[in-house]
Design a protein around this ligand. Structure first.
Ligand SMILES: Cc1cc2nc3c(=O)[nH]c(=O)nc-3n(C[C@H](O)[C@H](O)[C@H](O)COP(=O)(O)O)c2cc1C
Length: 153
């Protein structure tokens, strides 16, 4: 059975969305079923019936999630989907190491959400540092290859 990977992104300036599009392409090329919608509501997300979740999010403010993602995360906390217990998942976090302790804090919030919901991270969160890279899509490729490999064996 081919796994259905659902990608969710949170962005302010669009970089996370570009990484998410690239991720969708790479995972589809690896033979996975991929659904990526730039904006998704709680009920739409549940209806997608994901086998695997991949959040791609930047961090804004002082360690906050982008506004586009906040209502969804709030809803998932308020109404934890029971069927997500044991669901496989990953996080790609975009940030900037200049923010010190808040570096990739948005991604860390998604990891906390996973822990609350019993969602299982397949591999360590990827941190893409805007002060180090000009091409986050390409930098995400090795991580994505590993993610795809563990879902297609
Ligand atoms: C106003 C502002 C606040 C930011 N705050 C943080 C932060 O707290 N932690 C962090 O790691 N990066 C922070 N960043 C860096 C962004 O997360 C980073 O540039 C990212 O690549 C932007 O992705 P996006 O285009 O998807 O929003 C901030 C950037 C801006 C402009």
């Amino acid at each position: 059975m081919t796994m259905n990977v659902v990608i969710i992104s949170g962005t302010v300036f669009g970089a996370a969305e570009e990484v998410a599009h690239h991720a969708a392409q790479i995972l589809a090329e690896a033979g996975l079923d991929v659904t990526y919608k730039t904006r998704v509501s709680y009920s739409e997300l549940l209806a997608l019936d994901a086998d695997v979740l991949l959040f791609v999010t930047s961090t804004t403010g002082m360690g906050e999630l982008p506004e586009t993602l906040q209502p969804l995360v709030h809803a998932l906390r308020e109404q934890p989907p029971q069927q997500w217990h044991g669901l496989l998942a990953g996080v790609i976090a975009l940030g900037d190491a200049c923010y010190g302790e808040d570096f990739c804090a948005g991604g860390e919030m998604i990891r906390e959400l996973y822990a609350e919901l019993g969602v299982v991270e397949l591999q360590d969160m990827l941190r893409l540092d805007a002060s180090e890279t000009v091409n986050p899509e390409r930098d995400a490729e090795p991580w994505l290859a590993e993610f795809a490999a563990s879902l297609t064996v």
